[in-house]
Design a protein around this ligand. Structure first.
Ligand SMILES: Cc1ncc(COP(=O)(O)O)c(C=O)c1O
Length: 397
């Protein structure tokens, strides 16, 4: 995703303002920082852009998920339902808190299937964590209805879908909590960084304290602050936040160019017999960071993926065999390989992922190709890519 493509003078200016003060930490040093508070500035601007009352910046998207879960009170033995197609951070954040990841099938939205979620609920379930993969969303209305019915927390992982909307609301703002990543390959980047957003006062306060060792942030003497509960260090630095301040101002331009390029590529392949596209739930609008499409069979999809590479069409992903994003590549999770002993609740409550039937997910993922949308392409390059994609895909059907 394109944040890194547009790093420029605006980002350098913001970073230089921090370097001028020499105060690289987001808290304290009030007298020396010349009223420069980049993390706070980014938080306020991001909350406003997302239409929520609170934003907590943290050091990564993985940290955001961990902090969000912790802020909602998720702990040992609590079950968190997550999809089979996501990034490893989903289960890493759950496991880090001693909670138990429960994996469920995805559907043709490329995100969790609400019926599979409902079937996975047990007395231990506390949270449902949809992951809005590759620029589009889960069926949030259906998931919210399930969460409301069973008293569960809805936590949206919107790390790959910044700027997409559902029922007119920013993704991440629909559930109880939403998480974002600003790592180097996201829609906007801080180098490394992440954010938790919420309209819930209690969760916001918990997130604020938890990501900074439990500090209550009352008063202006950091050493004298008290710790209402245990926390950790997931703080973002002022340098990273400064990059984000500049990048956020470019978000609307990024989304506009992504949509234009996406539309050209989609139109180029939509009339090929057998090509279909991921389903976007009614009321949703993608952020257009990927063009996600299906071919009729696994065999054809593999051949199309190879043909695209042979034609020099870069950044077309076949997640089915990718080690990062699909359960097929997660031998370490399936076999609970950790350096130290995992908590008892995890060892006893986790599904046997080597035996669980995820054939419904396989049926979708084995036929999915995702083509990254870059914003730096010239008009000529997009047209050439569109032609090359059409020819490569048509050649295997
Ligand atoms: C869906 C999703 N969730 C979480 C993360 C974790 O973000 P980070 O790399 O900032 O830790 C990523 C990163 O790729 C992601 O794609």
């Amino acid at each position: 995703m394109p944040g890194f493509e547009i790093f420029g003078a605006e980002e350098r200016k913001q970073v230089n303002e921090v370097l001028e003060t020499g105060i690289l930490m987001r808290y304290g040093f009030d007298g020396m920082r010349n009223n420069t508070w980049k993390a706070k500035e980014f938080e306020n601007a991001f909350a406003q852009r997302m239409g929520v009352s609170h934003c907590q910046l943290v050091s990564s998207g993985t940290a955001a998920l961990t902090v969000a879960l912790a802020a909602a009170g998720i702990g040992a033995g609590d079950e968190v339902i997550m999809p089979t197609f996501t990034f490893v951070a989903s289960f890493e954040s759950i496991l880090a808190l001693g909670a138990v990841p429960i994996l469920v099938d995805i559907d043709d939205t490329l995100t969790m299937n609400p019926a599979a979620v409902e079937a996975a609920i047990t007395p231990h379930t506390r949270c449902v964590m949809p992951v809005h993969m590759c620029g589009s969303m889960a069926d949030l209305r259906a998931l919210k209805a399930i969460c409301d019915k069973h008293g569960l927390i809805l936590l949206e992982d919107a790390c790959q879908a910044l700027g997409a909307t559902y029922d007119g609301k920013a993704l991440g703002s629909y559930g109880d909590l939403g998480c974002f990543s600003f790592d180097f390959v996201k829609t906007i980047t801080c180098g490394e960084g992440g954010a938790v957003i919420t309209n819930n006062e209690k969760y916001a306060l918990h997130a604020d304290h938890y990501q900074d060792h439990g500090h209550d942030h009352i008063g202006n003497d950091r050493g004298a602050e008290s710790h209402p509960f245990l926390g950790y260090n997931f703080r973002i630095s002022e340098l990273n936040a400064a990059v984000g301040v500049a990048q956020l101002q470019k978000l609307d331009g990024i989304l506009k160019t992504q949509k234009e390029n996406y539309t050209i590529l989609r139109e180029a392949i939509q009339n090929i017999d057998g090509v279909t596209f991921r389903r976007v739930p009614e009321g949703g609008e993608e952020n257009y960071s990927f063009l996600n499409f299906f071919l009729p069979t696994e065999e054809m999809t593999k051949r199309a993926h190879a043909a695209l590479a042979d034609a020099g069409v870069d950044a077309c992903f076949y997640w089915y065999t990718n080690n990062w994003h699909y359960i097929n590549g997660w031998g370490h999770l399936k076999n609970q390989k950790s350096l130290g002993r995992l908590p008892k609740e995890i060892r006893t409550q986790m599904q046997d992922l080597n035996k669980t039937d995820f054939s419904k997910s396989d049926a979708v993922m084995s036929r999915t190709i995702s083509s990254l949308i870059k914003i730096g392409w010239t008009g000529k390059q997009v047209k050439e890519r569109a032609t090359a994609m059409r020819m490569a895909i048509a050649s295997v059907i």
